[in-house]
Design a protein around this ligand. Sequence first.
Ligand SMILES: Cc1cc2nc3c(=O)[nH]c(=O)nc-3n(C[C@H](O)[C@H](O)[C@H](O)COP(=O)(O)O)c2cc1C
Ligand code: SF4
Length: 527
Amino acid sequence: MKRAMRVPVLAAAFSAVAAVAVRDLLQKEHTILRNFPVIGHARYAIEAIGPELRQYIVAGNNEERPFTRDQRRWVYASAKKQNNYFGFGTDNDIEYTPGYPVIKHRTFGATIPPSSPRAGHEVWLPCGKVIGAARGRRNSFRPDSVVNISAMSFGSLSGAAVQALNRGAALADCLQNTGEGGLSPYHHNGGELVFQIGTAYFGCRDEKGRFSLDRLKQVVESAPVRALEIKLSQGAKPGLGGLLPGAKVSAEIAATRGITPGRDCVSPSRHAEFSDPDSLLDWAELLAAETGLPVGMKSAVGDMEFWEQLTSLMADDPGRGLDFVTIDGGEGGTGAAPLIFTDTVSLPFQVGFARVYKMFAAKDLHERVAFIGAGKLGLPDNAIVAFALGCDMVNVGREAMLAIGCVQAQKCHTDTCPVGVATQNAWLTRGLDPARKSVRVANYIKTLRRDLMKVAEACGVEHPGLITTDSVEILDGRTAATPLDRVHGYAPGWGLPSADDRKALAELMSQTAPQGGAAPASDTTAG
Ligand SMILES: Cc1cc2nc3c(=O)[nH]c(=O)nc-3n(C[C@H](O)[C@H](O)[C@H](O)COP(=O)(O)O)c2cc1C
Ligand code: SF4
């Protein structure tokens, strides 16, 4: 550049920097900028890309939350059907991590694990209970998969993401829960559904925002809805309503939810159709009678008084009851919530689930209700503990998001999700190809099922639902461990389906049992 030109360019750059410096010095909002004009901006730039920096450069394999790098690597590799093994041995600090679960294999069990690492990738792993059968619901059914896609609404997720998950559910023969945002066009891609009914009755409300039974019946008939889930709360934000800002209420979201486009959309914190366990049960019965579908509820676990009342009412009157109960752990995910709620309100899954299960079991209700767990249960070790504690199925939320491309940038609440999963920004969502990602999420779910099956076989049983609390111990440090039943105060037999359900399950699984596991026996007659 000629000297004559260089001077004005430098002068312009200097003026721009000087203008920024003056603005920084005069503003009162950011102390750093007031104290360190111009260079203070670097701090904000680094903060903005901090998660990415930590993720790719700084973090170790077992650092980072909610999902460690190892956990994400396992999900990504499983979703791509790549080698998801890890070499050299564990890098977890097993001996020094109190609370670490250890699964106890059996040397000679009833089942023989197959020898090939690829054996049975397509294992059929149905639910151990027929949902709704105990109450004779017209459309009771045995879900084909013990792993299903957790509630995440269209609105918190993009249409492309919902479509990828729905197509993936069809490929993996599992269920997709709609979440509380109603049933969108993206849910009509072959995957079977659980329709969730939240406090705002999105998708089943009238023009005044009141619950509409007629509307619910229309929605249920319009799609392959297999069950209804009444949402009481979610682990990451129990007791809180929600707000979808008007700017995000597109015409499509408005039509799906039954609200006005462009206007703020508020979800109340409580239901209007019932106000206590008694009226909740009445309402569940009404929905079941009108739709013929099994009806359950989803809740996080806090105060136990509610559960005590609920189980007492169900025990006193076998004519009323829930067909399934989904327990969400406090470590669960959300599109957006205040930090105090995500971090500290409601019990983590293991503690909360065990407390609730024990209440059902103590009143002999546990064999009549299907239990579903959520809260990082899309990782095999957590899922196995959940099955041992009495879960019949697990729901996967964020792990399914990882499978369709989530990089854990944790910007779901800003509408700037870089991979188009949790945003309504058209530019960002266009990068997410539902066809390709549907295969990924199906691969991930199938791999998880296969790994659960392998662990079940190592524990000597035909199905993860038959793993008992005896098969798990919780380490108390380097020199002690406590059996899972003792940790949670379980009585013998708790955590398992009924004897009839166990027999049926073992028979179902023996029809598809893979072969292998041992060399042919030696010829003892020779020589
Ligand atoms: C983006 C997002 C949206 C969610 N939306 C809902 C919802 O509409 N209804 C609900 O009951 N739970 C919702 N959840 C909670 C999940 O269904 C699930 O219970 C929780 O994330 C725990 O599972 P995970 O650890 O596998 O993610 C949402 C979670 C995420 C991450
Ligand atoms: S990548 Fe998207 S979906 Fe995943 S955590 Fe970040 S913002 Fe949320």
